[in-house]
Design a protein. Sequence first.
Lengths: 411, 246
Amino acid sequence: MTRQPFILRNPSALVVLALLAAFTLAVTLMSAAYGSGVIPTSTVKVLGKTLCLALAALAMDLVWGYLGILSLGQMAFFALGGYMIGQWLMYARTEAIVAASLSGNPIPPTAQELREAVANQIFGVVGSADLPLVWSFAHSLTAQLVLVVVVPGLLALVFGWLAFRSRVNGVYLSILTQAMTLALALWLFQNDSGFRGNNGLSGLQNIPGLDGVGQARLSIWFLWASAAALALFYVLAAWVVGGKFGSVIRAIRDDETRVRFLGYPVEGFKLAVFTLAAMITAIAGALYYPQAGIINPAELMPIASIYLAVWVAIGGRGRLYGVMIGAIVVSLLSSWFTGGRAPSIHLPGYTVNWVDWWQVALGLCFVLVTLFAPKGIAGIFDRLAGILPPRRHGRDLGPDQGALQEQEAKA
Amino acid sequence: MTALLEVDGIAVSFDGFRAINNLSFSIGAAELRAVIGPNGAGKTTFMDIVTGKTRPDSGDVKFGESSKSLLRMNEAQIARAGIGRKFQRPTVFEDQSVAANLTMALKASRGPFAVLFWKPTAASEARVAELAAEVGLADHTHRKAGKLSHGQKQWLEIGMLLAQEPRLLLVDEPAAGMTLAEREQTTALLVRLAQTRAVVVVEHDMDFVRRLDCKVTVLHQGSVLAEGSLDHVTRNPDVIEVYLGR
């Protein structure tokens, strides 16, 4: 027996890659910088950011849909990735500006003076003039890019190790992840945390060294980068969940105890998936915030992670393409409805204003999907592909759940 | 013959209730043993302790030639050391195919990275097919385990245990919910397995134990009441009083 090549075992991967390429190409041809200009730069940025959110949803699906851990702290890793890249963006750009303004002085500034001036410029807003220790590597793009994956990865590793080895499960684990992201957000809100408190990091859309490029072209570059990252990690995720590893983590989701008695170190598997997902989420964040332009601790508040869980649930957890569709559709709809452009519905005696009512509608959708369509949007594709859950009607014939049922026995 | 498993004076209590009380037990490397006893005698707790699910308050459990203590190991490590457990309810992964269930159980390296880079080989696929045929599921390898009948799930779980190639097999009430024909098949399988490994069958169906035709250990209130052939223990007045007399 020969094993089919990867692409044939995962036909959805090919479709996703083709759609992503077609989408990115179409947007490029309609952009202001490289095409007709039908799509304004701000919309290109929204689309690029949406792809990053889809990447975060993909990672969430690994943790929730496949491993069965409802993590309500995924966006902490997303924001941490953003903070790590933001440090370099802000430092390098401020340094360039300060150097330009000091170059007019009769005596050229020393490296020490330049450093102090940059620190003063960045941290004056929180009443400090010293560069905090956590900014030690901010001058180096390479170092900060490494930190984008290392810092969230380490946090996930330590948090996961502590939580999984004490066998915290289910809703308790969800609460713990939520507490983690809340604690991190509250710490970042403090002015002396070293990350500018609630001001956050700003001006991230200006990429140092690329001043002459302009936002119109930059937005397309980031769109391509986001699409490439999404494609790359889609293939990686499909490979991870496709083989025996995927088999084991789905088994852990369904019956952890049984997997232990098969001899698998359950904690090791959980830790590996949780850490991998945290790093993927962080990369998504590092691509998102340069397009958003600003990051502040409000981005880590638990509500952001809960939204991510809602997208994944509506898209259909346990299907990689499903959660991407969920994240893309729901986040775009959200920004349309809350952007004030959706027409209000005029009822006799009351006007439904979508800015106010969208959250209610989304919440209702979430409840309905959870109750009636646990497979979400991906369930529609399953139905088309003929993957149906067994229809089991009638009373149990045997002593146990799962025994042959009356109708089946007759057939 | 040296013992494969040596349980030495273990005791455990839950909220003051002594579930296991100074229990000692040993079994050879290729032996079939039935453990019987009334409800609450500590049969399941005994299995929980051997497989690492429950830690005893005192005593020791040693396994293998080097008499390694199992008490410092977790469930997964004990399973990797070569102890397999069959639960009373069939517990298979219902959302996955029969082949995937068996592949997961195949003896192989269990670490996350080894599993991530694991690829099916001709040998592994042949072994899965062989196991499926052995438990009568050759035509069902691509079906989801959840679609199997109760009896088929029992057999799938037995197939998964065989795939693990354990040196000691703990089987909890294998005959529960089985038809007469299935019981006979199960008996034959257990007897055959015990030729090459240690098999402990926990059961309270005396008929089934009689079919196994092996040494019997009677548990009562958490300790061993009698041990020997079935005829021997059924003649023991203590056993008659606490178990058979009722």
